[in-house]
Design a protein around this ligand. Structure first.
Ligand code: SAH
Length: 579
């Protein structure tokens, strides 16, 4: 049967697409249904037909999915921001983990068993709302010439009035309403994108979660003097340096900095380069703590770094999860104090500075000069002297550094944290050329991560650990962190020697995973995975590689080994005299 536009179809949603849409099948035809939740049975209206698939709009939920939850935000369907609000948080985490796993298998060409054996459970948020430390609200004119602020409706530039986005901090609402009230009472105009007229374009709000400090920056369209000093009431472009405005804002708890940014360009870029502080400090501060990621609840270790953030600074938007991500980067880097570390795509040097305390020397590379200026400033303020930063391309700077500089100590660890498009091919090549012992890859796109890991693995590296970190709850985005280590071709011999020398159990060298699998298959006709074997080895107290030990959090849905498989593996371990 061929579907046509506007047909209504009942369909069961079986999967979640990359953009969070529900996926169902009707007569072999794939339907993508926005806002449908996996597990729902829905009535959907076809909006666009292609050869083998169609897009449809959710009209009615006939039978809700067990994973469907009440969305907190009334605008979640119109607003493009939260694609997953109607899906339970637990299921969101499963979806993200699966997204990483599928990419590694499909795009990276890794065996499912290989991925499962190295994948650790995703690090979720304790509270998946109110996690963003930064909000940029557009200001515009709505119905009845009312000044409004809110969010752009998905893929458009029309503003849905809403001062309380659930991802942002509670203070946003009070601040925005204070500004809107002032604008309405004093006839301050909102910017109009089409004509380029009107004064206030955006409100930027940032909060230091650790410090409690808040910054408000109003992005305005006019020259400073004209806009701020035109004092007569009633003028359309009148904006206060006046006490009334500031007085109200600074009564809000935590207010530390009030500024304006001048942006007169017709552009989507929000902030203009010129910033003037109207009240308080130029920056707010925030502290990122080091956490112990091996302990339940990831407790603080007592260490931390403080950053100073201006309206223009790049800074991670979810500080709670950033702490966990960076702490994992530190753990994966496995530093002892002697290492030379390169942090490529370093931004304002947050990861570099995080690692510097445990390394001999850290080099950071970043393409944006202002970010490197911030990195140096933050190093100084935190008293870090063994970090050096370069402005330039990741794919060029490190290679150039070692070129003709043979005596310089080669990197022991390289950390990369590229933008969505992943590492440049030349960057991967440069890494393979200097061959560090370990590579820590932080990624915000599982697809490009998988592509790059394939190159690194073909170049003589093995994946040790893979873990998702949920930095953006309610959205489809997921961050991942991967540890790779250099493969030593003579590894087996080395291991055997070391083992017998130390008189350890010698167990690890007795039989490989493949041999155990083959034995179990031949004798019991059972297929077992590396993960199964690792689990049983751990259970039997055989020393395991760290990556298997720390596979999963207790509550995670780690596939448990069945009793039958367990017995078969134990028999194999006995056969190979490992227990
Ligand atoms: N690690 C940092 C920033 C990561 S975002 C943090 O956690 O805060 C990725 C960074 O890569 C951005 O700052 C971007 O400006 C930078 N970048 C993009 N292309 C680059 C390139 N070719 N070489 C170096 N840096 C690049």
């Amino acid at each position: 049967m061929r579907f046509q536009k506007n047909d209504m179809i009942a369909v069961e949603i079986e999967d979640i697409g990359n953009d969070g849409e529900g996926i169902g099948k009707a007569d072999g035809f794939t339907l993508f249904v926005k806002d449908a939740v996996v597990g729902d049975t829905v009535e959907a209206r076809i909006v666009k037909v292609r050869k083998n698939y169609a897009y449809a709009r959710l009209e009615k939920v006939i039978e809700p999915s067990p994973f469907r939850v009440e969305a907190k935000c009334a605008f979640h369907r119109q607003c493009g921001g939260c694609q997953l609000q109607a899906l339970s948080y637990e299921k969101q985490l499963d979806f993200k983990e699966k997204k990483i796993r599928d990419s590694l298998i499909r795009i990276g060409g890794f065996e499912p068993e290989y991925v499962d054996a190295h994948m650790e459970s995703i690090v979720g948020m304790e509270e998946p709302f109110r996690y963003r430390n930064k909000a940029q609200y557009p200001v515009g004119t709505g119905k009845n010439d009312m000044i409004v602020t809110g969010f752009y409706a998905g893929r458009t530039h029309s503003i849905i009035a809403n001062t309380d986005c659930w991802l942002g901090v509670e203070e946003n609402k009070e601040i925005l309403e204070c500004i809107l009230e002032y604008m309405r009472e004093n006839h301050v105009s909102a910017y109009d994108e089409a004509s380029g007229t009107g004064l206030v374009r955006h409100v930027l709000i940032r909060k230091g979660f650790a410090s409690g400090e808040i910054m408000v920056c109003l992005v305005i369209n006019k020259e400073m003097t004209h806009a701020l000093c035109a004092g007569e009431r009633g003028r359309k472009d009148y904006l206060p340096k006046q006490k009334g405005f500031i007085d109200k804002l600074i009564r809000i708890k935590g207010m530390t900095s009030v500024s304006v940014s001048i942006n007169t360009e017709k552009t989507n870029v929000i902030l203009g380069k010129e910033i003037h502080t109207l009240w308080g400090r130029d920056t707010i501060s925030d502290t990122i703590h080091v956490r112990d990621m091996t302990q339940p609840g990831y407790p603080f270790t007592g260490k931390g770094l403080t950053f100073w953030i201006s309206p223009l600074s790049f800074y991670q938007v979810n500080p709670g999860q950033t702490e966990k991500l960076y702490s994992l980067a530190l753990e994966y880097a496995g530093l002892t104090g002697k290492e030379t570390v390169w942090d490529l795509y370093c931004g304002i040097g947050t990861i570099s500075l995080f690692l510097a305390g445990s390394a001999r020397k850290v080099y950071g590379v970043e393409i944006v000069p202002q970010a490197i200026a911030d990195a140096r400033e933050n190093a100084g303020r935190n008293g870090i002297e063994n970090a050096e930063f370069f402005v330039g391309k990741a794919e060029e700077v490190m290679g150039d550094f070692y070129e003709g500089n043979e005596t310089e100590k080669k990197p022991d660890v390289i950390v990369v944290d590229p933008p969505r498009k992943g590492c440049d091919g030349a960057c991967l090549e440069a890494m393979l050329k200097v061959r560090p012992e370990r590579i820590v890859y932080v990624s915000c796109d599982p697809a490009t991560l998988a592509r790059d890991l394939r190159v690194l693995c073909d170049g003589g590296y093995g994946v040790e650990r893979i873990r998702g970190v949920d930095m953006f709850g309610m959205t489809v985005h997921v961050e991942s962190i991967v540890l790779l280590s250099k493969l030593h071709t003579k590894q087996n011999i080395e291991v055997e020697l070391e083992m017998s020398e130390l008189d350890l159990t010698a167990a690890e060298s007795k039989a490989t995973y493949e041999e155990i699998k083959q034995y179990v298959l031949d004798k019991y006709d059972l297929k077992v995975s590396n993960l199964n074997i690792a689990q049983i080895k751990t259970k039997c107290g055989i020393i395991e590689r760290e990556n298997y030990n720390k596979l999963k959090k207790e509550n995670a849905k780690q596939p448990n080994c069945t009793g039958e498989k367990e017995d078969a593996i134990k028999d194999a371990l006995k056969h190979f005299q490992m227990i």
